[in-house]
Design a binder for this molecule. Sequence first.
Ligand SMILES: Cc1cc2nc3c(=O)[nH]c(=O)nc-3n(C[C@H](O)[C@H](O)[C@H](O)COP(=O)(O)OP(=O)(O)OC[C@H]3O[C@@H](n4cnc5c(N)ncnc54)[C@H](O)[C@@H]3O)c2cc1C
Length: 312
Amino acid sequence: MSSYDVAVIGGGAAGLSAALVLSRARRTVVVIDAGAPRNAPATHMHGFLSRDGMAPSQFLAVGRTEVVGYGAALVAGTVTDLVGAGREGFSVLLADGNRIQARRVLVTTGLRDELPAIPGLADRWAREVLHCPYCHGHEVRDQRLGVIGGTPGAARYAQIVRQWTHDLVYFTAPDLLTATERAGLVARAIGVVEGDIEQLVIDEADRPCGVQMRDGLLVPRDAIFVPPTFVPHSQLLTALGCDVDDGWVITDATGRTSVAGVWAAGNVTDPRAQVITAAGAGSAAAIALNADLVEDDVRNAVTTYHLGGCTT
Ligand SMILES: Cc1cc2nc3c(=O)[nH]c(=O)nc-3n(C[C@H](O)[C@H](O)[C@H](O)COP(=O)(O)OP(=O)(O)OC[C@H]3O[C@@H](n4cnc5c(N)ncnc54)[C@H](O)[C@@H]3O)c2cc1C
């Protein structure tokens, strides 16, 4: 069985960034990745200084080359379980039956975006159906935009999307808006359409032509913003007993969870993390992880020293 200082589970921005720092710190590192980063459906990545407009796949390919260059191992696969192995650290079990041993684990498995069940939305995800105006708002600026409301905070989200266009419509079920929300929308010339949405309509040129309401009204729109439900891929962490708050695994500022030796970073613990902040969180976790391993190394060296040996 292969054995490493750190097993990084998930090879997106957070995991690869951690692996880069750890392998440069001369730690033995394996990155196990299922190959489905969250932004894979998008053709371009924005907001990462010096990488703006790069394809997400290219960004990760460059990252993989860099970490391999420093000696990290990359394994394509899905981790199904993490089992504490006492002083040995953890056994990392893969779906293909392989098992890897590691002194520490860093979980960077990201999250899943769940869209409202409105016909047509999922098909256009990351094209004309968007969630993050900071990622893709600039690309649809000044177009006829819509926001799917009806969830807590959605009216405030519409006010943010308003930054990118003067032509914005907020769609919501009747009687959900508070008087304050309605006043804010009207004051900033955001149209309000109340009713049930039938579907997003696509025209013959394969472009969205509007939002079809159940009462027959068609509201012309070029792109739609949707606040998805964020579902963390945190099963490996919760199965180990990591403390959770409101569905999200709790970490300190460096990514340390409540379970000794287990760390987490990126979207798996922080739905707000962009690529650059997920990468930063991975880097911070790596530095703290290395310090934790150094403490372990000191303890082991002192024990060996008192037994009359010495370490190299
Ligand atoms: C459509 C879309 C467009 C976006 N555009 C932008 C943008 O332009 N700019 C920006 O800054 N942000 C953007 N984001 C947000 C961006 O995707 C995240 O900030 C970023 O992916 C978080 O990185 P991460 O490493 O935490 O997770 P991810 O990038 O999702 O990586 C997690 C990795 O872990 C793997 N994994 C999961 N479970 C397991 C397991 N059990 N075993 C092994 N591997 C596993 C996954 O397959 C995946 O490869 C966008 C998001 C979406 C949905």
